[in-house]
Design a protein around this ligand. Structure first.
Ligand SMILES: C[S@@+](CC[C@H](N)C(=O)[O-])C[C@H]1O[C@@H](n2cnc3c(N)ncnc32)[C@H](O)[C@@H]1O
Length: 212
């Protein structure tokens, strides 16, 4: 490796929020973002994952990674300490790493999709989202067992779509008695996630810019 390349790798290594697939054990439930365009939307997905207790956000493509590396700064939401419980894994073939019992679910507003309102979330879902400027790529869609749309009149922002799906999952799990329904005191105390040792992020002032 040349001196320049070594230097660049070192810089990226210092700044990167990404892990490689080798550094983690793939586990569902998880989020998969297909070649997202904007770091702030990836940040929102990470925040959503953390809010709803998911541990992994997988990212394909390099557009967002290039922006993070070029900008030499990690967007605020990814840096926030409260969200360090979520691994961000940059990998071009995520399904090579998941066990066979996961259920990939394409989230897309396309004919043939099931309505989220009546969707029964599988036990080990990997929710696959398309980028801001397109849908779920056909290669990824072909691997998905289910296809779901969020009942909105237009496509929502990518980050918002992640929140809606995860909230729907939580609500249905609570209705089935699989998750507790907490009082505000219990929720704020973070008692529902003692194993993670999480409360609220101390510095909660994210720069969230929903552009698309
Ligand atoms: C901003 S949208 C993509 C818009 C893009 N111009 C298109 O027409 O496909 C980004 C992603 O969010 C998800 N999404 C947003 N709104 C959705 C909805 N109402 N139903 C299902 N998926 C949605 C999809 O995964 C989509 O690929």
């Amino acid at each position: 490796m040349g001196k320049q390349k070594r230097q660049k790798t070192r810089e990226r290594g210092d700044l990167t929020p990404f892990k490689s697939a080798k550094q983690v054990t793939a586990q569902a439930p998880a989020i998969l973002l297909s070649d997202p365009r904007y770091p702030h939307n990836m940040g929102a997905a990470i925040r959503a994952a953390s809010c709803f207790g998911l541990k992994q956000v997988w990212v394909t493509g390099t557009r967002v990674a290039d922006k993070v590396w070029e900008g030499k700064r990690i967007p605020r939401e990814e840096r926030m300490k409260g969200f360090s419980d979520v691994d961000i894994i940059l990998n071009q073939r995520p399904f090579d790493h998941f066990p066979s019992d996961v259920t990939p679910v394409a989230i897309e507003l396309l004919s043939g999709s099931e309505n989220l309102s009546t969707f029964v979330h599988p036990e080990n879902p990997v929710y696959v989202f398309g980028p801001e400027d397109g849908g779920v790529p056909s290669v990824a869609r072909a691997l998905c067992h289910r296809r779901v749309f969020i009942p909105t009149f237009h496509c929502t922002n990518l980050g918002a779509a992640v929140y809606l799906v995860l909230y729907d999952r939580l609500l249905k799990r609570q209705q089935l008695g699989l998750e507790p329904i907490l009082t505000i005191e219990e929720q704020l105390a973070g008692e529902y996630r003692p194993a993670l040792g999480l409360g609220w992020p101390v510095d909660d002032d994210p720069e969230f810019e929903a552009t698309r």
